[in-house]
Design a protein around this ligand. Structure first.
Ligand code: CUA
Length: 339
């Protein structure tokens, strides 16, 4: 079954590899065996045949033809690999959390699914994935995609379904007793059906609004004041910007950075916050919580000139007018010297 934008090309490359390698290797094996039989010593007193001088043309042919053939396949494979690994810019991002033994998916509008994922046909979907426990592997054969899902680190994969249908999702990495039951379904739907499905799947709240609740329940707001005068940096406008660190280096405040700040805050220290009093939340915050918190921080627009009131976050990220995305400049809302 082929149901994604890369699947047909993938099949072509696979079968050409199989045919070319099959023909070349059986051809070589045949010539070796045939020559051993044909040129065998036929009589006891037979002398060795006169030696043949080499033919440059022939040697060049059997070196260069296979070289171009195989380098061509390599180049094609590399191109396809990049196509599979690099999501298009318009890809919709969906988060996947793997845990023993289920797949949980969350999308920005808040719709959550377990062992299921509904996607529209023709829309590129980027999955940002992490594991709550051990290594799993997200494998959808019909889409020709497979990606390990690791604890403590985001990995991603993307696909664009081209045919409506119900496709198997497997865990392809042995992950404990019920590994074989860690399976699910991807439903690729035409736009009208997909919109209808979205309607009935009424979400309780968006990722960002869930993240906002966690932000206040977890006490984050106690330090990260929205006036720039708290013991921690003002997080408005942080997402996607370049952060200056105490050691003089810089980093981009993306999902990876913000998650790490939650789970391993001592790993980096923001310049101007040298005491780094950020507590470690790795025991308190699940990967799903982290995704919601990141969505909340992402939903916070850039800091306005006047202090804003807490709790007015937009309920959907990615559709924020005026939000600062990559390249918007460093966060400078903190006062140097403060802890
Ligand atoms: Cu999860 Cu195997």
């Amino acid at each position: 079954m082929t149901a994604s934008s890369v699947a047909a090309e993938y099949n072509w490359l696979f079968w050409i590899l199989v045919v070319v390698c099959g023909v070349v290797s059986t051809g070589i094996a045949f010539v070796v065996l045939y020559s051993a039989w044909y040129f065998r010593r036929k009589r006891d007193n037979e002398l060795p045949p006169p030696s043949i001088s080499n033919s440059v043309k022939m040697e060049a042919a059997w070196t260069l033809i296979p070289l171009f053939l195989f380098m061509g396949m390599f180049a094609w494979g590399a191109k396809l690999y990049f196509d599979i690994e690099r999501p298009p810019d318009d890809a919709e991002q969906i988060y996947v959390v793997a845990k023993q033994w289920m797949w949980k998916t969350q999308r920005p509008d808040g719709i959550r699914e377990i062992n299921e994922l509904h996607v529209p046909v023709g829309q590129s979907v980027k999955l940002l994935m992490i594991s709550q426990d051990v290594v799993h592997s997200f494998y959808v054969p019909a889409f020709r995609i497979k990606q390990d899902v690791l604890p403590g680190r985001y990995t991603s994969i993307w696909f664009r379904a081209i045919k409506p249908g119900k496709y198997h999702l497997f865990c392809a990495e042995y992950c404990g007793t019920n590994h074989s039951q860690m399976i699910g379904w991807i439903y690729a739907m035409e736009q009208p059906q997909y919109q209808a499905w979205l309607q009935q799947g009424a979400a309780e709240g968006s990722l960002a609004s869930d993240g906002e609740k966690l932000f206040h329940q977890g006490g984050c707001a106690n330090c990260h004041h929205f006036d720039g005068h708290g013991p921690g940096p003002d997080l408005r406008g942080l997402y996607g910007t370049t952060v200056e660190l105490a050691d003089g280096t810089t980093t981009v405040a993306d999902d990876v950075y913000i998650r790490r700040k939650l789970m391993d805050p001592r790993a980096t220290t923001v310049r101007g916050f040298d005491k780094n009093v950020m507590p470690n939340f790795s025991k308190l915050v699940t990967e799903e919580d982290a995704i919601q918190l990141i969505a909340y921080i992402r939903s916070l627009g850039p800091a306005p000139t006047a202090p804003s009131s807490i709790g007015t976050a937009p309920d959907s990220y990615g559709k924020q007018p005026g939000i600062a995305y990559p390249g918007a400049g460093p966060i400078v809302n903190h006062t140097p010297g403060m802890q």
